[in-house]
Design a protein around this ligand. Structure first.
Ligand code: HEM
Length: 548
């Protein structure tokens, strides 16, 4: 008699194949009703197994002599980064990608995007919170709730993102940046390869100071000791953020049960200790609930909302403590990393920025540049705006036509999107499309942001076409940390580039052009992990020196 286990093993792939085929057939029929160009993909981009295998399998498939059609171009999360606006130049402002799981409408039309964001306020489109449900690891939070719960949480959490807090972000970012620069300078001619790790440290320290009132001195990656004992709050959080993929995928409870698996034990322990620290912080701050207005930070506001106003549960306090760290950390850190490496490749941009910083110092008659001067640095801000335009940490925003079909005008045609259609606002394409950014839209050129013909020598930033530039989202769910991130980035640049400059370390026999090209390859060898990041930032050795 045939072995039932063997039969099951043989039937499983057949079952997966048939169910995928059926999924594609069903979704294809729905996609045809939308009336947009269609691309068919045999695997869902959000299939967990595929997400784990894709980085190993794709390089092999790319070598196939007969090509793979659209498969290697579109069948992985984050394909938008490499493709930029090309798919939309080829297929039009919108197209439907049919997969066995869902249909995805990719959209790169500024008017239609603006319309979706407007209709999000009326509940016609929404952020599909189930996609973010894994962020609930420590409790429900702003990113994972909808409707009235979201309104309540948003009110309790975002009031502290004010000018007083921005001034704290500014001062702490400058303090951290000076310490980080000292560390980088100490590397001498061999340069530093730890830029990406170091800016993560800086970003966490700034967040902990401005959001949670905890102050740390900057520690360079190579000077950190590996501890095996109990973790500090900072180190537990750092470990959790560094290992967010397995923690979010497996969840802390299962992780803690898997402590016998090498590597996972320490992570499980970090989640327990981090939770305990949050409980302690909540307890400690319960007596400080009279702190209000300008003195409040995110932590005191959360505690006040829970203890005095009874607007948040304790779990919601923990959930938000985690999610603000999560949402505010790697977004800013990866952006800083891209900027530093790009600046090393383009010394003329460093000079352009240093000129602005020195003008502000001279006009101000002091080196003590305070937050009041933030608006005097349009060029320095332009560098951030240009980095996130091309290296958008999220690459896209997903909105869903939740409860009923929605008609959307794209160009001069109306399209009806069936209930549940996921619309992907393709930020990376919108932010590089020649229609909105000209023929050099794929190039990193911060000066594009400065308006021609400045009045009284005061340069101003351009305003992009509405709907064509959304790295921080817009409308209802727009990022509450936008100004925080901008202040941090500008403060770090101002602190570092006034008197210092950076260049790639040259390999033996390499000239300047070859070293720059090799470094630019490191920047472009990037893709989606949880956010967009360089895969091997350590390959870019950067040498810091004082300006002459
Ligand atoms: C370069 C830095 C950053 C970028 C590019 C960025 C981008 C974004 C984007 C695109 C969204 C989603 C908008 C939408 O769905 O429409 C978002 C949401 C969010 N961001 Fe940021 N962000 C950054 C920094 C920060 C910082 C520094 C914080 C906090 C300190 C933060 C906290 C949040 C939170 C809590 C949400 C969820 C908001 C909600 O659902 O109501 N972000 N961010």
């Amino acid at each position: 008699m045939a072995n039932p286990v063997l039969i099951a093993v043989l039937l499983l792939p057949l079952g997966v194949f048939v169910s995928s085929l059926w999924g594609v057939f069903r979704n294809y029929r729905a996609a045809r009703t939308i009336g947009l160009p269609i691309i068919i993909l045999p695997i869902s981009l959000t299939n967990l197994l595929w997400m784990m295998l894709v980085r190993h399998v794709m390089p092999l498939l790319e070598r196939l002599p007969f090509g793979s059609g659209y498969f290697t171009r579109f069948c992985y999360t984050g394909w938008e980064f490499k493709d930029k606006s090309r798919a939309h130049v080829e297929f039009g402002d919108a197209f439907t990608s049919v997969t066995p799981g869902k249909n995805w409408v990719y959209l790169c039309n500024a008017d239609a995007v603006t319309e979706i964001i407007r209709r999000e306020r009326q509940g016609e489109f929404a952020r599909p919170v189930e996609m973010l449900a894994m962020l609930d690891v420590f409790g429900p939070n702003l990113s994972t709730v909808h409707g009235k719960d979201w309104q309540r949480q948003r009110k309790c959490t975002t009031a502290t993102f004010n000018e007083h807090n921005n001034a704290l972000v500014w001062d702490e970012s400058r303090r951290q940046a000076h310490q980080m620069l000292e560390y980088w300078m100490s590397a001498g001619e061999s340069g530093t390869r730890t830029t990406a790790d170091d800016v993560r440290t800086l970003a966490l320290d700034v967040l902990l100071f401005a959001g949670f009132g905890k102050s740390f001195d900057f520690k360079g990656s190579k000077t950190k000791e590996k501890s095996t004992g109990p973790l500090s709050y900072r180190d537990a959080l750092a470990l959790i953020l560094e290992n967010a993929v397995p923690i979010l995928a497996i969840g802390p409870k299962v992780l803690q049960r898997l402590s016998f698996v090498p590597g996972l034990g320490r992570l499980g322990q970090a989640t327990i200790e981090f939770k305990q620290y949050m409980v302690d912080m909540l307890e400690e701050n319960k007596h400080a609930t009279d702190i209000q207005g300008t003195q409040a930070n995110l932590l005191t506001s959360l505690v006040r909302a829970a203890v005095v106003d009874k607007q948040l549960s304790e779990d919601e306090v923990f959930g938000n403590m985690f999610v603000f760290n999560f949402a505010g950390h790697d977004t800013t850190a990866h952006t800083l990393a891209f900027t530093f490496v790009l600046l090393a490749v383009y010394p003329e941009v460093q000079d352009w920025m240093a000129e602005e910083i020195n003008n502000v110092v001279n006009n101000n008659g002091s080196e003590q540049l305070s937050y009041d001067l933030f608006a005097s640095f349009p060029r320095t801000l332009a560098i951030l705006l240009e980095t996130v335009r091309l290296f958008d940490p999220l690459l896209s925003l997903v909105k869903v036509s939740e409860s009923r079909p929605q008609t959307l005008t794209i160009g001069d045609k109306d399209h009806t999107l069936p209930t549940g259609t996921q619309v992907l606002l393709n930020l990376n394409a919108l932010q590089t499309h020649p229609k909105y950014w000209g023929d050099d839209g794929h190039d990193w050129r911060p000066s594009r942001w400065i308006k021609a013909g400045s009045v009284d020598g005061q340069e101003e930033l351009i305003t992009p076409v509405k709907g064509s530039y959304l790295p921080w989202g817009e409308g209802l769910r727009a990022c509450p940390g936008k100004k925080f991130a901008q202040v941090e980035h500008v403060a770090v640049m101002v602190a570092i580039f006034r008197e210092h400059c950076v260049a790639p370390v040259k390999l033996a026999g390499e000239d300047d052009a070859a070293a720059k090209k090799r470094t630019l390859d490191v920047v472009n060898d990037a893709g989606m992990v949880l956010l967009l990041q360089m895969f091997h930032p350590e390959k870019a050795a950067l040498q810091w020196r004082k300006r002459v």
